[in-house]
Design a binder for this molecule. Sequence first.
Ligand code: AR6
Length: 172
Amino acid sequence: MKLKIKLGDITKVKAAAIVNAANNSLLGGGGVDGTIHRIAGPELLAECRSLGGCETGKAKITKGYNLPADYVIHTVGPVWQGGNHQEIELLASCYVNSLTLAEEYHCKQVAFPSISTGIYHFPIEKAAEIAVSAILNYGENHPEIQLVEMICFDETTKKHFDQALKKYLNGT
Ligand code: AR6
C-alpha cells in the first residue's frame, strides 16, 4: 500500500471511495460532512437515513451520487475529551474499519480527510500519528488497497501528516 499526503478538497477526489468525518446520526452536519452532502446531493441523505446511524469508531458505506468518488465511507470519530475516554483507540478504529469496508467493496484507492481534528477538536499532532500508523499497519497485511491518500484541507494539517509519516518511516 502506498500512502500519499496531499493538500486539497476531498469532494474533488476521484477515488473509488472517499471517507466522511460524520456524526452518530449520519444525517449530515458541518465541516467536511456538510460539504460532502451538499455536493453528493439529496440522494446521499436518503440513503444515510436508511442506515440507522453509526457508532463512534465504526463505519458505514453508501454510494457517492454526484461526487466523483464511487462510494462514501462514513466514519464517526471521537470527540476529544482530554484523552482518557478511549479517543486514541476509537480514532485508530475509524481508519481500520473504513479500510476494512473499502476492501470489502473492492476499492483499490481510498481518500481520507483528517478525522476528528476539526469540530471534534482532536489534537492534530497526535491524530496524524494515529492515522498514519493505523493506515500503514493495515496496509502491511492487506495489499488489496493499493493507494491511500490523506487529503489535508490546510497547510498545518498537511505539515503534521508529513511529519507523522516521516516519524513512522524512521521508526521513531
Ligand atoms: N476536504 C478535506 N478536508 C476537509 C474538507 C474538505 N472539503 N472540509 C473540512 N476538512 P471536521 P470532525 C477538514 O470538522 O472534527 C461535522 O459537523 C477540516 O479542516 O469536518 O471529525 C460532523 O457532522 C479538518 O481538518 O470533522 C460531525 O458532527 C478535518 O476535515 C463533526 O463535524 C475534519 O474536520 C465531525 O468533526
